[in-house]
Design a protein around this ligand. Structure first.
Ligand code: NFS
Ligand code: SF4
Length: 653
């Protein structure tokens, strides 16, 4: 680390006050956080623009000369080939992450049905039947177990099928599916698509960026309409489909007088097991005997979002706060499973005497305690973790400092609930949403999702972008770390309607919903795909996903998973803006292909902006463009005239 440069002020690194306080404390305690490393280690400019190829030992070749076309790799690979390969491998990795997670959920489902797992059960049989019916599995007069087993076998094809179409394409609007079939990008099975993409992006294989892009889309679709969607549906079936629940968030949810356990990761299994274990009277008594008032389970990152939407469990923060929360000294154990787990959490945890426990054989960390979660006996692992945490509580040595900040908001907006909210129990449907989009009260719908990143001021772009969108009457759907950024800022409650434009505010008031709807973890972006498909099905907004006045954005993305998500939205027909950086070389044919040509081919397209106001401007412009094509662009004028009329009437009265 450079000794001469002053470290950045905490307020410049994050909008999250709690995290800022903990950055200050960490510096006093001599603990290095990833914010400091991001500051000290500038990103490699060659890698950042995807101009580096290291797929064989004739290289690595770097094409970062004056113009991207000045040079080719030793094998002759052009910048377009190299950038498309690199981009493709990010999509392969991101898709692999979501589909492996989804497959684990599906295996759990199978073991619950066949009685091998007894600690969990099917919580939402209605959803099970609905999903089965959507896949044309007969349900009439059949018992739950046999339908469930058929559903398991059908969904397994999402991963393992080598030929044919994955099951969930039955939910894709027909015109969109037609487009995919014509382009030859309907996914077969995720394993096949990831394998083929890895093959095609190896040295000396596919060297036509347009052809590589097709396989990139096919793989990404196996994520959005495959692995992620199965994960969401199975989690709902096993643990319950979310309905709105009030949740307390931010680091103030840690309690000085309780045994605080942070559960960080992505699969809901451990956290669901921890909830059962923490309610066990024996463990509760053990905690009381240690002087603690209770056992305080707190989620972080995506499994936290997943479980909070179902049980109202408190949530401490997003990706950029996972080290900071340990700096409080108040965490009596941190457990992790898979994905987005920084290796240095172990070191920070050690500094504060916090047991740091890995629980999934896929994601071990050198030096960490590993307690394997066995799905067939999940409470064994959960109990052990709680006992470790109680022991740590008893022997807390260092002073603790918990930021006092908390915020309350409403989360858990599943598609099923949105339908009910809009139309009631008997007429539940998206019709009122479509009507309000057509009449212009709501201009369109935006998905704001994705990570935080220490190279961007934490949460800042998410918050500013969402504020800007709702002010312009755009309904915002959220998942992932973005949802937590808005939750901490107090924008997931009904109070946020005060910041919405007049049309959106009116709809929010009538329906009783906030203008920002939290839908869950990153795999739950599949809920946004289903919501968009419902909008097409209801009618009046075009006949394919590409016709809808919608847009997506991940303003502070960092993970390969985010690129996979962006690509499946683009391939589905959605306009997607990414912030912070974009992993391609500017001024290349591949850039033009992603940012322009794909839309002309009937898909969505990518865009990049670094400033949240600019992101909002791009998204709004796209939504207005789609409204114009649909012939509903004039309706806003009518609304404004109505309001002006009303005002003039008021004035004369
Ligand atoms: Ni999504 Fe969840 Fe967060 Fe980004 Fe990581 S926690 S799966 S990848 S950082 S939003
Ligand atoms: Fe260089 Fe070609 Fe090998 Fe890539 S595949 S490292 S461009 S020689």
């Amino acid at each position: 680390m450079s000794k001469t440069i002053e470290p950045k002020k905490p307020q410049d690194l994050t909008m999250c006050e709690s995290t800022a306080q903990m950055i200050t404390k960490a510096r006093k305690d001599g603990v290095e956080l990833f914010f400091d490393r991001a500051d000290a280690m500038k990103p490699c400019p060659i890698g950042e623009s995807s101009a580096c190829c290291k797929h064989c030992s004739m290289g690595p070749c770097r094409l970062n000369v004056n113009s991207p076309y000045d040079r080719v790799g030793v094998c002759g690979a052009t910048i377009d080939t190299i950038a498309a390969r690199n981009f493709g491998r990010m999509v392969a990795a991101g898709t692999a992450a979501h589909t492996d997670h989804g497959m684990a959920m599906l295996e759990l489902f199978r073991d619950v049905i066949n009685g091998k797992v007894i600690d969990f059960s099917i919580k939402d049989p209605i959803k099970l039947f609905e999903v089965a019916e959507s896949l044309e599995i007969p349900t009439e007069g059949r018992d739950l177990k046999s339908v469930a087993m058929d559903l398991y076998h059908e969904l397994e094809r999402t991963y393992t099928q080598v030929e044919g179409e994955i099951p969930m394409v039955k939910r894709v609007p027909p015109k969109t599916l037609e487009r995919w079939r014509a382009a030859g990008i309907v996914p077969r099975g995720a394993m096949r698509e990831i394998m083929e993409l890895m093959h095609r992006t190896a040295m000396g294989v596919d060297q036509d960026y347009e052809n590589i892009t097709k396989q990139i889309s096919r793989t990404a679709l196996a994520d959005g309409w495959g692995g992620s969607m199965v994960s969401t549906d199975i989690s709902d079936i096993l643990f319950g489909t979310p309905t709105p629940v009030e949740v307390e968030v931010d680091m103030g949810v840690l309690k000085e007088d309780q045994v605080n356990i942070i559960v960080h990761g992505h699969e809901p299994i451990l956290l669901e097991a921890m909830i059962i274990a923490a309610a066990d009277p024996t463990l509760k008594e053990m905690a009381h005997n240690a002087g603690a008032k209770d056992i305080n389970l707190v989620g972080m990152c995506c499994s936290g979002l997943d479980v909070m939407s179902r049980h109202g469990l408190p949530h401490a923060g997003n990706f950029s706060s996972t080290e900071a929360v340990l700096v409080t000294g108040a965490v009596d154990a941190m457990t992790v499973d898979i994905q987005c787990i920084k290796q240095d959490l172990k070191k920070v945890a050690d500094h504060y005497d916090t047991p740091f426990i890995t629980t999934n054989y896929r994601a071990m960390i050198e030096g960490a305690t590993h307690i394997q979660l066995d799905e067939r006996d999940p409470l064994k692992c959960a109990d052990e973790i709680i006992i470790k945490a109680i022991t740590r509580f008893k022997s807390r040595r260092n002073p603790i400092q918990i930021p006092r900040k908390t915020a309350r908001g409403i989360h858990g907006f599943s598609v099923e609930y949105i339908k009910y909210m809009l139309g009631g129990a008997f007429r539940g449907s998206f019709t009122p949403l479509n009507e309000n989009i057509i009449n212009g009260r709501i201009r369109g719908v935006a998905g704001v999702v994705g990570c935080t990143n220490p190279r961007s001021k934490q949460d800042a772009s998410h918050i500013e972008l969402v504020k800007e969108l709702i002010k312009n009457d755009i309904l915002v759907l959220q998942t992932g770390c973005s949802q937590m950024a808005l939750a901490k800022a107090g924008l997931t409650g009904p109070g946020a309607a005060a910041l919405a434009g007049p049309g959106l505010a009116e709809v929010c008031e009538t329906v009783g919903m906030p203008p920002v709807l939290g839908m869950g973890a990153c795999v739950d972006n599949s809920r946004i795909l289903i919501a968009a498909s419902e909008m097409v099905r209801i009618g009046g907004l075009g006949d394919s996903l590409a016709d809808l006045p919608v847009a997506g954005c991940a303003p502070e993305w960092m993970s390969e998973k985010a690129i996979a998500i962006g690509q499946y939205f683009v391939a589905s027909g959605v306009y997607v803006v990414f912030g912070h950086t974009f992993p391609i070389t500017k001024g290349t044919k591949f850039e033009k292909h992603l940012f322009d040509d794909l839309e002309k081919l009937g898909f969505g397209k990518w865009a990049f902006a670094s400033d949240p106001k600019e992101m909002a401007r791009l998204m709004i412009a796209h939504i207005e463009k789609k409204r114009k094509i649909l012939g509903i662009d004039k309706s806003r004028d009518r609304v404004l005239i109505d309001m002006a009329d009303r005002r003039s009437l008021d004035a004369t009265a």
